[in-house]
Design a protein around this ligand. Structure first.
Ligand code: UDX
Ligand code: UDX
Ligand code: ADP
Length: 465
């Protein structure tokens, strides 16, 4: 029986290993993590992350061919193939601070693998890493391992999106496997391909060299983020020219050269990947003397920051240039719908911006915990102006304005007549995700701002008696 060990039981490692276990009943999958609390949550009724469909998969396989453990050493020792899905945050100090990927967790995982391995193993890079990381990992492994033990490193980047992780894993657009050239590298690639062959059609499994696979992941996220910054930049222009962003997106989406996805204007992109990976790309370009290329990608992030601060400015300026002491309901805190993840969510910057103008925030998100929001907004003097509540009606009661920051489906179907009646007047809605029916809300009496809608319509509403 082939044994797999997955190091790192987070947003990537947990769902990925669970789906491998589901699709390969003949393979034993052990997921290990240094965090005891994470592992005990994976073994409990309430999983540590929310992801549609994940609970069903875990319940089906746990105790059969899927186990979660903190005994990292034992499972590394027993495994034939080791997937590494540890976190690679942006470095916060030292060389490359603020841009380069911090590979501390990766390095410590690699050293552990070197120490514990008494037989040949395939090491699979799952987490996003800078291009040529495999070279560094190879050095760590070969210089620290027992005599005669051989390692093959493969890059098999994860392309799942949070919120649709299980579907993305079960039915991927493609699976990318990069390996070393030569017979041993080739054999390792085939072995990993053999796992995906259980459920992924052959034509969707692409094999490349190691460096193409590593760089493809950074490129993929950079291209997606760039599309959002491009459409968001257009949204600012729409507001001042009378063009409508939804009409623009629709027109662009019908051009088959462009295609329909990732053209939704928003308050800005968030998530653990886009900003981190672009900064990492910027750092790699700079390290290679490619300053113009680095500046090109930096601009994608600048436009994203601009989009968030533009939103805050719109809220403050339209509410008579001050939100001081005013209750603002924040609907949604996660970086997108159907996830409990708040890493780099635009809601953090928007909330901090509003708090900077002394607003009182009442925040509701269907899946994000109170503790998490407090942690994310950890600014002692301001936290007293923040209350976190358990439904949208409570959040909006007596509020002067509503900011929609995550596109949760339930926000589309609220009883807005009831919401309006319980708010201060004039009642403002700032739709940072363009999910609401502006005409319907305007009829009820709201003053509605949505991203990329001609500003003269909005001004007319503001100036109505
Ligand atoms: C373009 C648009 O595609 C078309 O929709 C619009 O109406 C007019 O402008 P065109 O300029 O005729 O059409 O050629 P296109 O094939 O789009 O190429 C434009 C330039 O981009 C060329 O120099 C082409 O070589 C270059 N290009 C195109 C690339 O460098 N890489 C590509 O992948 C595609
Ligand atoms: C992303 C990539 O999509 C995925 O391929 C990669 O493997 C990991 O990073 P994820 O971060 O989970 O996935 O979410 P994604 O759906 O890409 O959204 C990222 C951010 O962009 C979210 O904040 C989302 O709200 C925003 N977004 C997305 C928009 O503002 N407009 C869009 O049209 C799409
Ligand atoms: P991602 O979104 O990339 O999955 P997470 O932070 O959710 O990121 O998950 C990464 C996981 O990796 C964390 O649970 C962390 O405790 C774990 N981890 C980090 N370093 C190690 C290590 N050396 N051994 C085992 N687990 C590790």
């Amino acid at each position: 029986m082939v044994k797999i060990c997955g190091i790192g039981a987070g947003y990537v490692g947990g769902p990925t290993m669970a789906v491998i276990a589901l699709k390969c009943p003949s393979i034993e999958v052990a997921v290990v993590d240094i965090s005891h609390s994470r592992i005990s949550a994976w073994n409990s009724e309430k999983l540590p992350i929310y992801e549609p469909g994940l609970e069903e998969v875990v319940k089906q396989c746990r105790g059969k061919n899927l186990l979660f453990s903190t005994d990292v050493e034992k499972h590394i020792f027993e495994a034939d193939i080791i997937f590494v899905s540890v976190n690679t945050p942006t470095k916060s100090s030292g060389l490359g601070a603020g841009k380069a990927a911090d590979l501390t967790y990766w390095e410590s995982a690699a050293r552990m693998v070197a120490d514990m391995s008494k037989s040949d193993k395939i090491i699979v890079e799952k987490s996003t890493v800078p291009v040529r990381t495999a070279e560094a990992i190879e050095k760590i492994l070969t210089h620290n391992s027992s005599k005669g033990v051989k390692f093959q490193i493969l890059s098999n980047p994860e392309f799942l999106s949070e919120g649709t992780a299980i579907q993305d894993l079960i039915n991927p657009d493609r699976v990318l496997i990069g390996g070393r050239e030569g017979p041993e590298g080739h054999e390792a690639v085939l072995k990993l391909k053999g796992i995906y062959d259980h459920w992924v059609p052959e034509d969707k499994i692409i094999t490349t060299n190691l460096w193409s696979a590593e760089l493809s992941k950074l490129a993929d996220n950079a291209f997606l983020a760039q599309r959002i910054s491009s459409i968001n930049a257009m949204s600012a222009l729409c507001e001042v020219t009378g063009a409508e962003i939804s009409q623009l997106s629709d027109a662009l989406s019908k051009n088959t050269k462009i295609g329909p996805k990732f053209l939704n204007a928003s308050v800005g992109f968030g998530g653990s990947c886009f900003q981190k990976d672009i900064l990492n790309l910027v750092y790699i370009c700079e390290s290679n003397g490619l300053i113009e290329v680095a500046n090109y990608w930096k601009q994608v992030i600048k436009v994203n920051d601009y989009q968030k601060s533009r939103f805050v400015n719109r809220v403050v300026s339209s509410m008579f240039n001050t939100v001081s002491g005013k209750k603002i309901a924040v609907l949604g805190f996660a970086f997108k719908k159907d996830t409990s993840d708040t890493r780099k969510t635009p809601a953090i910057d928007v909330c901090k911006g509003l708090l900077g103008d002394n607003a009182c925030l009442s925040i509701y998100d269907p899946r994000v915990s109170k503790d998490q929001i407090h942690k994310d907004l950890s600014m002692d003097s301001e936290v007293k102006h923040v209350s976190i509540v358990s439904d949208a009606y409570e959040a909006t009661k007596d509020a002067h304005g509503i900011c929609i920051l995550t596109e949760w489906d339930e926000f589309k179907t609220l009883d807005y007549q009831r919401v309006f009646e319980n708010m201060q007047k004039p009642a403002f809605v700032f739709d940072g995700r363009n999910i609401l029916n502006v005409d319907k809300l305007t009829k009820i009496g709201f003053i509605v701002y949505s991203i990329g809608r001609p500003l003269h319509q909005w001004m007319n509403n503001i100036h109505q008696p």
